[in-house]
Design a protein around this ligand. Structure first.
Ligand SMILES: [Zn+2]
Length: 299
């Protein structure tokens, strides 16, 4: 039997214990108050490490066997245990997360290896694990304030799919990173608020459904942008399974996405792709963080 702890840190922290790639027992959440959003933004990186270590040691205390691995999923560019960038949690940029958390855990008597991963990659790992398809390519788009792209199995790289260029229009400059023509500059929540100064994104999608021409045109662009990025990944890595999740996945109309994708992917060996919406939850990411940590520790 393998035992691991998976943690996901986004606007809040959720941690859970895994046995044989399955979540067992209760998860722990910080802050415990569900209404408190954006609670982590003001907490210094060192304190976040302590909160993570406390949660992990609480979960580890319910198990007599030593842990095989600890995995932490965070948004941003995460490589070799280092958070190279994390626009929504800027205080952890540059942090040697795996090393620092490992030290905090060692101080609590826990010697398990610690791995850090991108949250979208962890969701892909979690989906692959729950569907029993750890041997297959699984890709995930997370649609939230930013746009994330994750894949399982992990391969070395940057994989900032949300910043893929989907238009040559020089006026498309709403991406949070400052780049022109990016997917997130069309689909991201912040970017939509900058484009529609008079409407919230929810109102844009609602008015589109009621037939408003300007909103309908934008909703079509939003889906075409996602189709373009997905088509690019199909042309690079092949067809297969794509999952869509995240806080704002409710904006997505799968038939509309599929109809645009079919205009973009014409080579017959590439047309066997599948598209599926997953309701957002924290358990998939933390499960994936634990599963990928176990996989990495076994290599
Ligand atoms: Zn960008």
């Amino acid at each position: 039997m393998t035992t691991a702890i998976g943690v996901v840190m986004t606007e809040h922290i959720v941690a859970g214990r895994l046995e044989d790639n399955r979540l067992v027992g209760q998860t722990l959440r910080y802050p415990e108050d569900l209404d408190e959003s954006d609670a982590l933004a003001a907490i210094p990186a060192g304190e976040l490490t302590e909160i993570l270590a406390t949660q992990i040691s609480t979960l580890a205390a319910s198990e007599t066997r030593p842990l095989d691995a600890v995995g932490v999923a965070v948004p941003g560019i995460v490589r070799h245990g280092v958070v190279e960038d994390s626009p929504n949690l800027p205080q952890i940029k540059g942090m040697r997360l795996a090393e620092e958390l490992g030290r905090a855990l060692a101080g609590r008597g826990i010697a398990a290896p610690v791995y850090a991963a991108n949250d979208a990659d962890s969701i892909a790992a979690g989906v692959a694990a729950t569907r029993g398809q750890l041997d297959r390519l699984t890709r995930v788009w997370t649609i939230g304030n930013g746009i994330g792209y994750g894949r399982w199995p992990y391969v070395e790289g940057v994989w900032e799919g949300g910043h893929i260029t989907v238009t040559l229009d020089p006026k498309e400059r709403f991406c949070g990173c400052g780049g022109v023509g990016h997917l997130e500059g069309i689909m991201g929540y912040r970017a939509m608020r900058m484009r529609f100064l008079d409407l919230e994104p929810e109102e844009v999608f609602a008015q589109a459904r009621q037939g408003d021409a300007r909103c309908r045109e934008f909703v079509d662009l939003w889906h075409r942008a996602l189709a373009a990025a997905t088509a690019s990944f199909i042309h690079l890595a092949g067809p297969g399974r794509f999952y869509f999740t995240g806080h704002n996945v409710g904006f997505l109309e799968l038939p509309l996405l599929r109809s645009h994708l079919e205009t973009m992917v014409k080579m017959s060996p590439l047309q066997s792709f599948s598209l599926e919406i997953l309701p957002p939850d924290d358990e998939t990411a933390l499960l994936g963080a634990g599963v990928s940590a176990l996989r990495a520790s076994a290599e």
